[in-house]
Design a protein around this ligand. Sequence first.
Ligand SMILES: Cc1cc2nc3c(=O)[nH]c(=O)nc-3n(C[C@H](O)[C@H](O)[C@H](O)COP(=O)(O)OP(=O)(O)OC[C@H]3O[C@@H](n4cnc5c(N)ncnc54)[C@H](O)[C@@H]3O)c2cc1C
Length: 417
Amino acid sequence: MTHFSAFSLLKNALTGHKNWTEQWPDAQPKAEYDVIIVGAGGHGLGAAYYLATQHGITNIAVIDKGWLGGGNTGRNTTIIRSNYLYDESARLFDHSVDLWQNLSQELNYNVMYSNRGVLMLAHNVHDVQSFKRHVHSNRLNGVDNRWLSTEECKEYCPPLNISKSSRYPVMGGALQERAGTARHDAVAWGYARGAAARGVDVIQNCAVQAIRRNDDGSVAGVDTDKGFIKAKKVAVSASGHNSMVMATAGVRLPLESMPLQALVSEPVKPVFPCVVMSNAVHAYCSQSDKGELVIGSGTDQYVSYGQRGGLPLIEHTVSAISEVFPIFNRMRMLRKWAGITDNTPDRSPIIGKTPVPNLYVNCGWGTGGFKATPGSAHVFAWTIAKDEPHPINAPFTLDRFRTGRLIDEAAAAAVAH
Ligand SMILES: Cc1cc2nc3c(=O)[nH]c(=O)nc-3n(C[C@H](O)[C@H](O)[C@H](O)COP(=O)(O)OP(=O)(O)OC[C@H]3O[C@@H](n4cnc5c(N)ncnc54)[C@H](O)[C@@H]3O)c2cc1C
């Protein structure tokens, strides 16, 4: 398996890049594993990586119905930030932002983490009050976030329209400077390569049809396209389809699956220095290293498993972007796509044990789980290995929807990218 080093780069450059070996083998299922992870997105692959590197568990299969990283991990707009309102969320997302800083070095794989700053625009009095509340709460939690005046927003992001007669006037903004973006595919590839190098089987094109249980109710394994595979523990990270997979084990999850869309423009020279989020109008923008504007919108307002989404939402998003950044008015859009997000009532994830012994779930990331990939995978691996939650994910139980101890980021921000 290829290992990246200055020497291997030089050697392969001199031999015309014809001798690079595979990044990870195309594994076929064994009869039995210690842990089966359903879903080879960043969260599933990351959990396998941390199980292998931090808990010494390597007899693991990560199984995906498609190709690895082909779910939301490879479809998102890559916004990374940790300026959430509640203490529980701040701890979880900031743990992740901490891990992002050195992830390329940890994986020996360039995930292109760029902390270019995320600026959240306030367009009305409610936004101003809500974001200032976030700034204060974040500071109390040791999370960087500061308030910028309208003029300071313009200075930080010159393409911004701050005209007072604009349809969406900018009344200021909250800036998290440690926040930014990363290359989404590389995150999946880096974790897959790191996990496979330690003996983890990454099995693609193999749908999990059902989770099978023993007579005592505990997990027995999974039925797949390639037959039954026995497992001591099963962990589910099948974003968008978690409720369906978990229902086969008799666990009902409080999730609604909805399409979320994104689009990219034709590439242009570097013009956009940061990430801008406009929650009130549901439009987000950054510029990729290739030069494309990466634009995201809000979820379609209906439940669906169709990975397409409707055009009215795209039209709304593009018109909002044109209003907030008039210099992009005449740019052409190249591609649009959607992913299926699974949304909890409080818009916070569920990471932990389930009522079924030895069955674990990491789900409900809605529109904002990419940023959490390293942090969540890290604490999920802990939970699987020790059969108990890590202190960081302990509040993110399934049970909170019964007890009412919600972590209501939905009410706090109404958006979670
Ligand atoms: C358009 C869009 C924009 C987004 N923007 C952002 C953003 O800017 N910032 C942010 O933080 N988050 C964002 N998100 C959310 C983020 O992408 C997800 O929360 C995160 O990537 C989820 O990762 P995952 O590993 O849990 O799931 P996924 O990457 O979706 O992986 C789950 C995998 O499970 C597999 N699977 C499903 N069912 C089965 C089955 N029965 N058997 C086997 N495998 C199965 C799927 O094929 C898939 O590969 C966005 C999402 C979308 C769609």
